[in-house]
Design a protein around this ligand. Structure first.
Ligand SMILES: [Ca+2]
Length: 433
C-alpha cells in the first residue's frame, strides 16, 4: 500500500470508527419500571388526593403522560409474558397466573425471545430486579432469558421482610440461586437498580425494575414479617390492621426509591441519554384507587387493565405532553427495540410507538383484545366490547363519553357488534385460544 492509499485507509477507518462509537454513545439507556397492582387513580399525578407520589409525578410532568395505556393481562403473569415477548400472552402459554401452588413446572418458554435477548444482540447490559413471576423452576430464571443480572423473587408475591412466598417457600434469588438478603423488598429492588446504574454508567444498559409494591401482603417498612419458611400459618394479605394507611406507605416508598434512581441518573449525567418507562402490570384492587373505571384487577372492564403510565426522557421527549393514544404492554418491546437500534422478532403482536414518543405521530388504528378466565374484551377506536363468560352476550360501551362503562349500547349498534365479533373470532384463532 503506498503512502497516499495508506493515509486514505486511515482516514476512512477513523471515520467509520468515530461514527460507530458516536452512534454507540448516543444509544439511549432504557429503564422500565413496572408497579404491581397499582390502580389508575393511585398516583397523585392521576389525581389521587391521599397518596403522594412527587417523584413519579415529576417524571410525568416533565415527560409524556399516557391516559389510555393498558396492561395486556388483568393479572400479573400474563402481562409480564406480553411485556417480555411483545406477543399476546396466550401465544406464549401464559394466559393465567403462574401460581406458587400448582405450577412449579410452568414458565415462559425458553425458546421465546425476550426484549433482553434482543437488547443483548446490540451490546446492551441487561438486568432485572424484583418480581419475575414467569416460572418457579431455576430453568426459567431471568438469567436464562437474556438478563445478565437478576436479584428478586420468582413468585407472585413475597413477604416484604422475610421474602417467603404464599406457599411458605423461601423466594429471594441472586441469579439462579436462592440468597438470603435482609431488607424491605421495595428498598432492595431500588438499591440494586441504583447499584447497577452506577456500575454500568459507561455502558448502554437496559434495566427492568419490577416492583412488588403495592401488591399484597400489605406491609410497610416497620411492619412485622408475617411469613416463615415452611409454614402456611399466615394471613396472605398481611397482619396489619390499617391496610389503607400501609398501602399508601407502600406506594410512597416505591415513589421515594424511584426519586433516588432518577437522582442517580442525573448525578451521573445520564439523564440526557436515558428513557424511563413507568406503568402498572394490571388494574388496582379494591384497596387501591381505579378512579372512575369500572371493576378491578382480574376484570376485562377498564378497571382491570387501564393503568397509569408515563415515559420520561428530558432530551428526547418534550415535557408536559399528555397522550390519549391507545397503547398496550406488548408495545414496549418493539418500541424499545426501535429506540436502541435492535430488531425484535417478526412475529410479535406489539407495535412500536417510538414516533409517537419522539415526534407526537399518531399510532395506526388497530383493534386490541383482552381475555382472562374466558371473559373477553375488545377495543376498536372508542368502542369497547365486553363478553362475560357466563351469559356470553356482547356489551358495548363508548369510552369517549362513558369511561366508566355504565351504559351498554350494544342494542343500538348491531352492525358494529357483528363486525367486532368477527374480528374477535379471528383474534382467537391467531392466539389459539
Ligand atoms: Ca399484578
Amino acid at each position: 500500500m503506498n503512502s497516499k492509499k495508506n493515509l486514505c485507509f486511515i482516514i476512512i477507518t477513523c471515520f467509520i470508527s468515530c461514527f460507530y462509537n458516536n452512534s454507540e454513545n448516543n444509544r439511549p439507556n432504557i429503564i422500565i419500571i413496572m408497579a404491581d397492582d397499582l390502580g389508575y387513580g393511585d398516583l397523585s399525578i392521576y389525581n389521587n388526593k391521599t397518596i403522594q407520589t412527587p417523584n413519579i409525578d415529576i417524571l410525568g410532568k416533565n415527560g409524556l403522560l399516557l391516559t389510555d395505556f393498558h396492561s395486556n393481562g388483568t393479572v400479573c403473569s400474563p402481562t409480564r409474558a406480553a411485556l417480555l415477548t411483545g406477543k399476546y400472552q396466550h401465544r406464549v402459554g401464559v394466559k393465567g397466573v403462574i401460581t406458587a401452588k400448582n405450577h412449579r413446572h410452568i414458565g415462559l418458554p425458553l425458546e421465546e425471545k425476550t426484549f433482553a435477548e434482543t437488547a443483548k444482540e446490540v451490546g446492551y447490559k441487561t438486568a432485572i430486579f424484583g418480581k419475575w413471576h414467569l416460572g418457579y423452576d431455576p430453568k426459567f430464571n431471568p438469567i436464562e432469558q437474556g438478563f445478565d443480572e437478576y436479584i428478586g423473587f420468582v413468585s407472585g408475591n413475597v413477604d416484604y421482610h422475610s421474602h417467603v412466598d404464599q406457599e411458605g417457600f423461601e423466594d429471594w434469588w441472586s441469579q439462579g440461586k436462592l440468597k438470603k438478603e435482609s431488607g424491605y423488598s421495595t428498598d432492595l429492588i431500588n438499591q440494586h437498580a441504583i447499584n447497577f446504574i452506577e456500575r454500568n454508567k459507561n455502558e448502554s444498559f437496559l434495566l427492568y425494575i419490577a416492583h412488588e409494591a403495592p401488591h399484597y401482603p400489605i406491609q410497610g417498612r416497620a411492619s412485622p414479617a408475617d411469613r416463615e419458611i415452611g409454614s402456611k400459618k399466615f394471613i396472605a394479605h398481611g397482619s396489619e390492621k390499617n391496610k389503607p394507611k400501609i398501602y399508601k406507605e407502600m406506594v410512597e416508598v416505591m415513589d421515594d426509591g424511584i426519586g433516588k434512581i432518577i437522582n442517580t441518573i442525573s448525578k451521573l449525567n445520564l439523564d440526557k441519554k436515558t428513557i424511563v418507562f413507568f406503568f402498572s402490570d394490571n388494574g388496582g384492587t379494591k384497596l387501591g384507587n381505579n378512579g372512575k373505571l369500572r371493576a378491578y384487577k382480574g376484570s376485562v372492564y377498564e378497571g382491570g387493565h387501564r393503568v397509569s403510565a408515563l415515559v420520561w426522557s428530558p432530551e428526547l421527549i418534550e415535557a408536559g405532553r399528555i397522550s390519549n393514544e391507545t397503547i398496550m404492554t406488548m408495545d414496549i418491546y418493539p418500541t424499545v427495540s426501535d429506540l436502541i437500534g435492535a430488531i425484535p422478532p417478526e412475529d410479535i403482536d406489539g407495535l412500536s410507538f417510538k414516533n409517537h414518543l419522539l415526534k407526537g405521530e399518531k399510532i395506526r388504528e388497530r383493534s386490541l383484545f383482552w381475555e382472562f378466565n374466558s371473559n373477553l374484551a375488545m377495543r376498536k377506536n372508542q368502542w369497547k366490547m365486553v363478553i362475560g363468560r357466563k351469559n356470553k352476550i356482547p356489551e358495548l360501551y363508548n369510552l369517549q363519553d362513558d369511561l366508566g362503562e355504565t351504559s351498554d349500547i350494544a342494542e343500538e349498534r348491531p352492525e358494529l357488534i357483528k363486525e367486532m365479533l368477527k374480528e374477535m373470532e379471528s383474534w382467537k384463532k391467531h392466539v389459539d385460544f
